[in-house]
Design a binder for this molecule. Structure first.
Ligand SMILES: Nc1ncnc2c1ncn2[C@@H]1O[C@H](COP(=O)(O)OP(=O)(O)OP(=O)(O)O)[C@@H](O)[C@H]1O
Length: 639
């Protein structure tokens, strides 16, 4: 049985050649100048699952000795019933199998007959996941255009990139919705099918040599499914390798596939030309009725049936014997992968400069936040209203003894407000963006430092406007800092610096937390600790010696001390409201002494600067290290 189309392959590779790609050729989707054929053998993936009750370890075999290949210019379907291992195999081939504890992945995987480094592989291939995250506030065209700026050579003009994006929009039938936002659970955007096609479009932008698709037709009606798969077929006919896991394709889609790899219970039951599968099954005693969709027929034959003990036994027995029958063929399948001469693989590296990556990430974050008008304007309006209310509440504050408590209270309130609003502001948006960034990182689209700095800068305008309006209103209504313009300037600079630091704290939590929910659950704990060690509820000098170091980790301690020093230095308080024999605090310096605050304002700024640098270093390090880790295929140990 001929397992691959060797002649077709040879013709294709001869016509494509192996010369390096010029930037303009790189987006000529009419052909692929960098063909990549994949071959894989002895792929075994299993996980050891400990049973706490019996204290034993069971080995769950997810992929059992899988062999096959996917040639440039062909489409390979990985088919099988649910739980058969399709996604696992696709992830193995795409080098996107998430690292799992106690899991083992062995075998051999070659690109054009050689091992290839993971970064180059990621850049040359694309992976369309079932439901990839995208920026909800961007339109379909904006999403694709940004992907084009990241992925296409910088030598291309804007018009060329736009033309390219428009051709993908047309090919995927997205013209009708190209100016509609992607949307999410909160804001309605494009439909599920349009979202899926946009998702495919994003991955097509870089003109990959190999395209992996996980269930590309799920969620699409049969017409859309057909048109998406026709587009994939075109890509493969132009020299690309297309590998798709697919559940139950309609017959016209099934016929588009050159190769079929049929899985059940982690075992390969067939690998070879899709057209040969029917005769192989017939030879095993399972004849596909005439005018029957072969895909439906295979699913009926290879699906385990758990409705009763008898049905389970007979279906598993059938799968086992089909697996054994196929194993007898495996040797010939292996042979085909060898003895090929392949062209050199050309990896052009990351296409955009760091500055360009920064601009694109900044633009995306900025636009996403600014389009959330309710949140952006709402923040400012609420801050102004709140400032007026608080100003009215403290408007009678003078320079008598009672005012000392009022002033200390309001300054600590500023500290909490500035920390809270900036920290939580970044928390939600950063965790939401991280999901998209995860995908882009996996395809090595840009440097994570570009995203990190861009995100920090994009957060500033939205998080600062509200608190600064609030601070300004309250400062002047209450008459803080003796109504002195110099004190007001220092006050605003302190609030701004605290805001920068609070964004950093938010970024630490968001970088470390796996989800938005987890980040929101962890953050209040940080805030409470910072409040407790902020110098307001408990005097810094009253802290137990062994806990004193914690104050240095509290942003609020520096913020509060800075605001207090700015407020009280040189202030004079009257003793008119002190009863006879009572204690009178006459100067601001005495207030500072009671609070155990002895830093100068420049020193506070210096501490905030160090705090800022360290926390951003920590956040960036966590984000860098927290990238999704994928399992590498290890060579099987010889017995
Ligand atoms: N990390 C893991 N830990 C434990 N079991 C796993 C893990 N990953 C996969 N499995 C199991 O391996 C089997 C194959 O999973 P996989 O997702 O590859 O199947 P699938 O054919 O893609 O299924 P579906 O069509 O439902 O998506 C399933 O039984 C699944 O529960």
């Amino acid at each position: 049985m001929a397992l691959v189309k060797d002649e077709k392959q040879a013709d294709l590779e001869a016509s494509l050649g192996s010369s390096p790609v010029s930037p303009h050729e790189a987006i000529d989707r009419s052909r692929n100048t960098n063909p990549i054929s994949l071959s894989f053998s002895d792929i075994n993936y299993s996980i050891e699952i400990p049973d706490k009750k019996t204290k034993t370890v069971a080995t769950k075999v997810i992929l059992d000795n899988i062999h096959g290949n996917a040639k440039a210019g062909t489409m390979l379907a990985i088919m099988g019933p649910t739980g058969s291992g399709k996604t696992s195999l696709l992830n193995v081939l795409a080098n996107r199998l998430t690292r799992t504890k106690n899991a083992s992945l062995t075998g051999e995987f070659l690109c054009n007959g050689k091992q290839i480094n993971a970064s180059a592989f990621a850049r040359l291939t694309s992976y369309v996941m079932q439901d990839d995250a995208m920026f909800a506030a961007l339109t379909v065209r904006e999403t694709l255009l940004i992907a084009a700026h990241f992925q296409l050579p910088k030598t291309l003009s804007l018009a060329e990139k736009e033309n390219y994006v428009d051709s993908i929009i047309a090919e995927l039938g997205l013209n009708k919705c190209k100016d509609t936002i992607i949307g999410d659970a909160k804001v309605r955007g494009v439909s599920g099918g349009e979202r899926k096609r946009t998702n495919i479009g994003v991955e097509l932008i870089k003109n990959p040599s190999v395209l992996f698709l996980d269930e590309p037709t799920s969620g699409l009606d049969s017409f859309q499914a057909q048109s998406v798969m026709s587009a994939m077929r075109n890509l493969s006919e132009n020299g690309r390798t297309v590998v798709a896991s697919i559940h139950q394709p309609r017959s016209s889609i099934y016929l588009m596939f050159d190769q079929l790899l049929l899985l059940a219970e982690g075992k390969c039951l067939f690998f070879g030309p899709a057209t040969d599968a029917v005769s192989h099954f017939a030879a095993q005693g399972h004849k596909c009725p005439t005018n029957y969709n072969p895909a439906d027929f295979f699913m009926d034959v290879v699906s385990p049936d758990y409705r009763s003990k008898e049905l389970e036994e007979s279906s598993l027995g059938r799968i086992k014997s089909l697996g054994e029958a196929w194993d007898a063929n495996a040797a010939s399948a292996k042979q085909v992968a060898d003895n090929q001469s392949f062209p050199e693989i050309v990896d052009a590296g990351i296409q955009s400069s760091w500055l360009r990556q920064f601009q694109l990430c900044f633009y995306r974050s900025f636009v996403t936040t600014s389009r959330d008008k309710a949140a952006t304007y709402g923040k400012v309006i609420i801050s102004v209203m709140f400032g007026l209310i608080l100003g009215a509440l403290y408007s009678e504050t003078g320079y008598d003894q009672k005012s000392i408590q009022d002033r200390v209270g309001i300054l600590f309130f500023f500290t909490i407000n500035q920390t809270f609003s900036n920290m939580f502001g970044v928390l939600n948006s950063f965790t939401a963006e991280k999901v998209v960034v995860e995908r882009e990182r996996a395809s090595r689209s840009y440097h994570i430092s570009a995203f990190y700095f861009a995100k920090f800068c994009a957060e500033i305008p939205f998080n600062f406007l509200g608190p600064l309006c609030f601070g300004t209103i309250v400062f002047w209504i209450v008459g803080l800092g003796n109504g002195d313009a110099g004190n007001f300037l220092v006050f605003l600079l302190l609030l701004t610096s605290v805001g920068f630091c609070a964004i950093g704290l938010g970024m630490i939590i968001a970088s470390a937390a796996p989800t938005t929910e987890a980040a929101n659950a962890i953050a209040p704990l940080f805030v409470v600790l910072m409040i407790l060690f902020g110098g307001f509820y408990i005097n810094i000098e009253s802290l137990p010696v062994w806990l004193q170091w914690v104050q240095y980790l509290s942003l609020m301690r520096y913020a509060f001390e800075g605001l207090a020093v700015n407020e009280f230095t040189g202030a004079v308080f009257s003793c008119d409201d002190v009863a006879e024999g009572g204690v009178c605090v006459e100067t601001g310096e005495e207030v500072l002494d009671r609070l155990s605050f002895d830093m100068s304002v420049p020193r506070v700024f210096m501490c905030l600067g160090i705090f800022f640098a360290l926390e951003h270093l920590v956040a960036y390090t966590i984000l860098s290290l927290n990238a999704k880790k994928y399992m590498a295929i290890e060579a099987a140990k010889s017995a």
